[in-house]
Design a protein around this ligand. Structure first.
Ligand SMILES: Nc1ncnc2c1ncn2[C@@H]1O[C@H](COP(=O)(O)OP(=O)(O)O)[C@@H](O)[C@H]1O
Ligand SMILES: [Mg+2]
Length: 364
């Protein structure tokens, strides 16, 4: 079986390291301290929180804000998840106290429930109040603390403009609920939690998740290959050099290498073949991304992927025919916000996806 996995939350043998972060987040939630966990996409936030919650044995549920369409949809998910933490016999009791009544469906064999509110506009505020209060009511009743994880929390701004104030107003009086907010868009998360005029100002303790430490990742890669009787000692260094220790891209590349491996002791040539394979396989996506870019965005990206220095320098903008340094600057701000570009650990910028970068270079 392929010893590498990428895409979804990973756990068990597919999850490595993060001991320090697990300890830190565990001790914060035990103390009832709300946490804001931040990093670019695909660094392993969801996997990490999943690991923390599994080992802590606290009652919890997760709301993936990316999947929520609007306020009513949020209430449906929220109430449904909260009810799974209560005793089945108690569900009726909790529902009775809701001012907007949901339509409930129960799957008799599994006791699984589906909740659907059909709220009118004028009822939405009441519905949300009851929804956000429900976990606290349940926590008191079962005499246990509850942790609620909001994944991709910055999506709150897309869902509804009233949510931030509404939530904060209720959350701040709860004694038995600890919140973990996960965010992928740093600028937006900072605005939500670090801007004085916003309701969630200073609500949680910030933790920034970094890529996986090189030594730990090296061990992981060697071990996973060796579980399939492959000696990866000749390729592990160049793999991590290519992916820059990015958790997702590293697993993606290793996954492909494993599929292409023809002998038990592969040499670096296999890396190039794996990269080419990934680039070819994703051609349709890559060209679609490319086609959504404006002309100036393309110029900036071409310059950066060619290893050209500072994109706001006179040299750069002249060479790539960009109007002005400030045009280049605002394009960069936007591309960082959407995650296309990423700040390098030292200075400067790079393309976030190393395979896409190869595709750009190859197709020019
Ligand atoms: N601790 C880890 N060990 C190994 N691989 C990881 C780890 N964390 C993340 N990954 C890789 O990155 C991918 C994305 O992880 P995920 O938790 O979904 O990230 P995020 O929630 O930050 O977007 C996983 O499918 C896996 O391939
Ligand atoms: Mg995630």
């Amino acid at each position: 079986m392929n010893p590498f996995r990428f895409g979804n939350v990973v756990t068990g043998r597919y999850f490595t390291n993060r001991e320090k972060e697990i300890k830190e987040i565990t001790s914060e939630i035990k103390a009832g301290q709300h946490v804001v966990l931040m990093s670019p996409r695909r660094y392993g936030k969801s996997s990490l929180v999943n690991e923390v919650m599994k080992s802590s044995r606290v009652k919890w549920f997760r709301i993936n804000m990316e999947l929520i369409a609007d306020e009513v949809d949020l209430a449906n998910y929220y109430v449904k998840n909260a009810l799974t933490l209560s005793k089945f016999e108690k569900i009726k009791h909790y529902l009775k106290n809701l001012r907007v009544q949901p339509y409930i469906q129960i799957q008799p064999t599994t006791n699984e429930i589906a909740v659907s509110f059909s709220a009118e506009k004028r009822n939405i505020s009441t519905l949300l109040s009851d929804t956000f209060q429900l976990p606290e009511v349940i926590a008191k009743n079962i005499k246990q603390k509850i942790v609620i994880v909001f994944d991709e929390f910055q999506e709150i701004r897309r869902i509804s403009p009233i949510l931030e104030r509404k939530m904060r107003g209720i959350f701040q009086y709860q004694e038995n609920i600890t919140y973990i907010f996960i965010g992928s868009q740093e600028a937006m998360i900072r605005e939500i939690f670090q801007d004085k005029k916003n309701p969630f100002y200073k609500f949680g303790r910030h933790i920034t998740l970094h890529k996986i430490d090189e030594a730990a990742f090296t061990d992981f890669i060697l071990k996973r290959f060796s579980a399939e009787k492959i000696d990866a000692s000749k390729i592990v260094k160049p793999i991590l050099k290519f992916t820059d220790c990015h958790p997702y891209y590293t697993q993606q590349l290793c996954h492909e290498i494993y599929m292409l491996c023809e002998n038990k002791s592969p040499t670096p040539g296999v890396i190039k073949r794996a990269v080419d394979q990934i680039v070819t396989e994703h051609h349709a996506d890559y060209s679609r991304w490319w086609n959504t870019l404006t002309n100036t965005e393309r110029k900036v990206i071409i310059g950066i992927s060619s290893g050209e220095g500072n994109p706001t320098s006179q040299e750069f903008i002249k060479k790539y025919g960009i109007k002005s340094a400030s045009t280049s600057g605002s394009v960069i701000t936007k591309l960082i916000a959407v995650g296309t570009l990423i700040k390098k650990s030292g200075e400067g910028m790079k393309i976030e996806d190393p395979f896409w970068e190869k595709w750009i270079l190859k197709n020019r």
